[in-house]
Design a protein around this ligand. Structure first.
Ligand code: SF4
Ligand code: SF4
Length: 420
């Protein structure tokens, strides 16, 4: 039986060592040409070399060789990296910047106790923590707390502002309901944050997949994909979570759907780790499954324009943006427009929007401008972090939806409502 991972579980030193061992070799591949600099959003903000990919790699090199001490300046330069990986896509030497940054932060954790410790990651890393978070959100909704907190200054207001109106946890379909649908089986990865605050999108996914003739199962006991601890440098915790999900999702052949591209990217890349390989190789986008069965979907028209944001994880890791556009274009009446500036991170970047709210807000400004100029009826994005960030930045008007929620709206024949 699987053991529940959590902070009290002893780290697996081999897992961290696997990722850290080649760090010096990885950084040495950077030839310092600077071709990545124009693509880096944080470098673009202040033209500070320390906030560029090249500068950050040099800092990590100094840390690894022992030539540099982990000063607060170094820590700040590494902390403010979004992990968007625009630099990685631009790099002609194929420097694996994402891996370098995760391992660099791991090296910093060894030197600085508590570095990038996250209550959020700790809470979401365990099924019990997820249940607590769902319970807390339900309680808050019953007392009207999010609406009150949204008007408060400071962190409470910022956190509450992330919640779209009607935000609530996922209501897992019963096993009986899942079985009665019949058809080819798909397994739904619900994600930690999404399962707590964006249950409606997950329920829309179940509805749409069933309409397309799939039997949807939601494996019990699944945990966070590992992105939150992994990007904070806690590689052992990320590996434990991957191993746990690998057990939960089992050795079968059914596709695994992760709606959030952030989770999908992490799960896909975990395939490189032997302990997680079986499960991760089955991760598939919901768009591709639905595009295979468009003939089974009874679309009704949805009028207006959908402005489609491309998350960095979709642009630089998972791919599939053209599938997102094609799926949306299948909805009669809907005009589908990619958002201007899709090559730039919106600033959400995992928990960056909570760690560095001012920088996250600054990076969101061009997106807000694009949304206001387009005056579209819907903003669409496939990643929960981006949806929360853009929703808050625009005060949830227009609504920010996952593509599958627009498909669900079309199948329901609900072309009038503006909300989710
Ligand atoms: S990361 Fe790549 S593009 Fe950037 S400086 Fe290094 S080699 Fe050049
Ligand atoms: S991951 Fe993004 S923010 Fe970080 S150095 Fe690369 S381009 Fe800049």
């Amino acid at each position: 039986m699987a053991t529940e991972p959590g902070p009290e579980t002893a780290p697996d030193p081999r897992a961290a060592a696997d990722d850290r061992a080649p760090l010096g070799q990885l950084t040495d591949r950077c030839v310092k040409c600077g071709l990545c600099l124009p693509h880096c959003p944080t470098y673009g903000l202040g033209r500070n070399e320390g906030d560029s990919p090249r500068g950050r790699i040099a800092l990590i090199q100094g840390l690894v060789t022992g030539e540099l001490e982990p000063s607060s300046r170094m820590r700040n330069h590494l902390d403010t990296c979004l992990g968007c990986r625009a630099c990685e896509s631009a790099c002609p030497a194929q420097v694996e910047f994402g891996r370098i940054m995760d391992s660099g932060r791991s090296a910093l954790r060894e030197r600085i106790p508590g570095y990038r410790g996250s209550t959020l990651a700790g809470l979401f890393a365990r099924p019990a923590g997820l249940r607590t978070a769902r319970w807390l959100l339900n309680l808050a909704r019953m007392t009207g707390l999010p609406a009150i907190a949204r008007r408060m200054p400071g962190p409470a207001g910022r956190l509450a502002g992330l919640l779209a109106p009607g935000s609530r946890p996922f209501r897992t379909p019963t096993a009986a309901a899942a079985d009665s649908a019949g058809g080819d089986e798909v397994l739904l990865f619900t994600g930690c944050v999404q399962s707590v605050v964006d249950g409606r999108t997950l329920e829309d996914a179940v509805t749409v997949l069933r309409a397309a003739g799939y039997q949807v199962r939601v494996p019990h006991g699944q945990v966070c994909c590992g992105a939150l601890p992994g990007h904070a440098g806690d590689l052992a915790a990320a590996d434990r979570l991957g191993a746990r999900n690998n057990e939960i999702f089992g050795p079968g052949g059914a596709p695994v759907i992760a709606l959030a591209t952030g989770c999908a990217a992490t799960l896909l890349e975990a395939a490189e780790r032997p302990r997680n390989a079986g499960f991760s190789k089955r991760v598939t986008s919901i768009e591709s499954l639905l595009l295979d069965r468009l003939d089974r979907l009874d679309f009704t028209p949805v009028a207006g324009e959908a402005l489609v944001h491309q998350p960095c994880t979709q642009r630089h890791v998972t791919g599939g943006f053209s599938d997102t556009l094609r799926l949306l274009q299948s909805i009669p009446g809907l005009r589908v427009t990619p958002m201007a500036g899709n090559d730039r991170c919106c600033g959400a970047a995992g928990d960056h929007l909570l760690r560095h709210p001012e920088q996250a807000s600054e990076l969101a400004q061009p997106k807000i401008l694009a949304i206001r100029q387009a005056a579209a009826r819907f903003v669409v994005t496939s990643n929960i972090g981006c949806a929360l960030h853009l929703g808050r930045a625009t005060a949830h008007a227009p609504p920010v939806l996952h593509p599958v929620s627009l498909v669900a709206r079309s199948l329901r024949g609900d072309s009038a409502g503006a909300g989710n």
